[in-house]
Design a protein around this ligand. Structure first.
Ligand code: DQA
Length: 139
């Protein structure tokens, strides 16, 4: 699940977010998931309400989530409540190393509910998060 402006990857601040577009990252994830016999569904929205609805709708049919909530990571109690009440494990991830940037990015209102957090590896953060979630679900 991808939050605001992550549809602009590839053009948006490549020094922080890398060169890959979101469809390219989804392609890499699909390839990795196939090799692990895992099925993925993707969703991106700028709007907090759409993300909250998507979580509630998908929750019964998923084993877990990979969550890059973008800037909503730092502020959205609505997203926090949605993920909390969905009751499925999730890995929070970021393309950039949020701890080496502005101080507001060091706060996550989601992280304590997450299985773990991966940040700073550009598109590889998604692949690392997928591997981590699969290992968590298998354990
Ligand atoms: C981000 C980090 C956030 O602080 C930022 O608002 C984003 C992207 C990342 O992937 O590094 O939109 O989540």
């Amino acid at each position: 699940m991808n939050g605001p402006k992550l549809d602009l990857l590839g053009q948006r601040n490549p020094a922080h977010y890398g060169q890959r577009t979101l469809p390219e990252i989804e392609g890499l994830l699909t390839e990795r998931a196939r090799s692990q016999d895992v099925r993925l569904a993707f969703f991106q929205a700028d709007d907090e309400g759409r993300l909250v609805h998507w979580i509630a709708n998908e929750a019964p049919s998923v084993d877990g989530w990979l969550v890059n909530a973008g800037r909503l990571t730092h502020t959205s109690h609505a997203l926090r409540d949605a993920l909390g009440s969905a009751g499925k494990p999730f890995v929070e991830l970021h393309l950039s190393n949020v701890y080496s940037r502005e101080t507001f990015r060091r706060t996550s209102v989601l992280a304590d509910l997450a299985v773990g957090v991966i940040a700073g590896f550009k598109e590889n953060s998604y692949l690392l998060a997928l591997d981590a979630l699969i290992a968590h679900l298998a354990s």
